[in-house]
Ligand binder design. Structure first.
Ligand code: ADP
Ligand code: MG
Length: 404
């Protein structure tokens, strides 16, 4: 008998039909003899009546920004609605259910409203209900401060809730159910022939998730990793076994490429340092850092430097650069494409191959960077999907060669 956490995402709880599949997954686990704790997201995606964005739209945020704590209280309603709806349906199936908010389930966070971090787990309440034989359903995406205020865990935060419950209850497995059959070599919405990965390491998935693959929240992966709890990402709507995320072991085949992913909302800044004043340039970097702006794709040469910032930091970064007096230019609306794979460095002439493939497609490469597990290319956002498809095809070809 195992203790498992099952998390169901927005599309999985959106309609009575979809929730039928959810109930089926829960039933399968209960019939196996497992103890199940369920956590759910708000119903549907943007535009759906109770989706998080729709709820946010109820407050006129433009003229008079809504108080952050109220915003979290408002956003947390979506998960309450889906948890209660599912609980009532499960009651009809014969289950005794208990719905708990994140706070009632013992997820304690700091007061960074909108993107709160978990600081403690207090699962006693939950354990009590489990012991009574109740099927506990926890509203995803939320926690509570020490002084009892409702917080939310940031976009994709229900994944984090699932891992938090897993850690708090020392679960045997955390299952993330969604609308795709697992973690794939690329977003299947962009690359139709993307392949499902059977096994991936925590680190590989974290790498993909922080670089734009929104299939699972990176914080959920980090959290599960702290207690070495395996995660399964699978579809609510099929019986496919999905992707298992765990530490590397012998069962994992070394592969060339784990995945290709892309992240938009990046601005490239190009600074001229005509007299090579390294001291003044260093001071500029300190000023930018002091503003809490983090830089990426940093490349510093004696007479010029180039780096990227997130779109939301771009205006402030440019203000600081203007104050410093260095001439600079900007390329807005960029996108970072990441090729993640532990053996990527083993491909002879890998950068040459990437450049050749992108050039052939007429995609301008603005900058590149690499580590021993990842190669990053900065391109224009308009080329994003084409670049992901091109590089996915390239690595598929390379992988076939190494296997053949
Ligand atoms: P949920 O609402 O269930 O949390 P999300 O929309 O957050 O679902 O995540 C699932 C989506 O992630 C898929 O529909 C898919 O389009 C997208 N996605 C992006 N990258 C990948 C990837 N590498 N593998 C699988 N899905 C991906
Ligand atoms: Mg999600």
């Amino acid at each position: 008998m195992s203790l498992i956490i099952q998390k169901f995402g927005g599309t999985s709880v959106a309609t009575p039909e979809a929730r039928k599949s959810v109930r089926h997954k829960i039933e399968e686990a209960v019939e196996r003899g497992d103890t199940v704790v369920v956590t759910v997201s708000a119903m549907g995606r943007n535009g759906a009546p109770y989706a998080t964005d729709t709820l946010l739209g109820l407050a006129d945020n433009d003229k008079d920004p809504i108080m952050k704590s109220n915003m979290d209280l408002l956003m947390s309603c979506g998960e309450i609605i889906s948890a209660v709806t599912l609980a009532e349906e499960l009651k009809k199936d014969g289950y005794e259910t208990t719905v708990l908010t994140g706070g009632q389930a013992g997820i304690i966070t700091n007061d960074d409203f909108g993107d709160a971090r978990i600081i403690d787990f207090r699962p006693e309440n939950m354990k009590k209900y489990i012991k009574e034989g109740k099927l506990v359903i926890v509203t995803g995406f939320q926690g509570m401060t020490e002084d009892g205020r409702v917080t939310t865990l940031g976009r994709g935060g229900s994944d984090t809730s699932a891992s938090a419950l897993g850690v708090a209850l020392d679960a045997d497995m955390v299952e993330i159910y969604t609308d795709v059959e697992g973690i794939m070599t690329a977003d299947p919405g962009v690359v139709p022939d993307a392949r499902i990965l059977d096994f991936v390491t925590y680190d590989e998935v974290c790498n993909l998730a922080t670089q734009g693959a929104k299939v699972i929240h990176p914080r959920a992966v980090e959290l599960a990793k702290t207690k070495n709890i395996p995660l399964r990402v699978a579809s609510t709507f099929s019986d496919a076994r999905g992707t298992i995320i765990k530490e590397r072991d012998d069962s994992m085949r070394e592969r060339l490429i784990t995945g290709i992913t892309a992240l938009s909302g990046i601005v490239q800044l190009y600074i001229k340092n005509e007299v090579g004043d390294q001291k003044r340039f260093s001071e500029l970097l300190v000023d930018i850092a002091d503003e809490g702006i983090s830089l990426d794709f940093i490349n510093i040469c004696p007479r010029e430097a180039v780096f990227t910032v997130k779109e939301e930091d771009s205006d402030r970064a440019q203000e600081i650069i203007r104050e410093s007096g260095f001439p600079y230019s900007v390329v807005g609306d960029c996108c970072k494409v990441s090729e993640v794979g532990a053996n990527i460095q083993g491909v002879p002439g890998v950068m040459a191959k990437i450049m050749t493939a992108l050039t052939k497609e007429g995609i301008e490469v603005l900058q590149t960077s690499d580590s021993y597990t990842t190669i990053w290319c900065l391109i224009r956002n308009k080329d994003k999907d084409k670049a992901v498809r091109t590089l996915h095809a390239l690595f598929k070809e390379e992988e076939n060669k190494t296997e053949g």
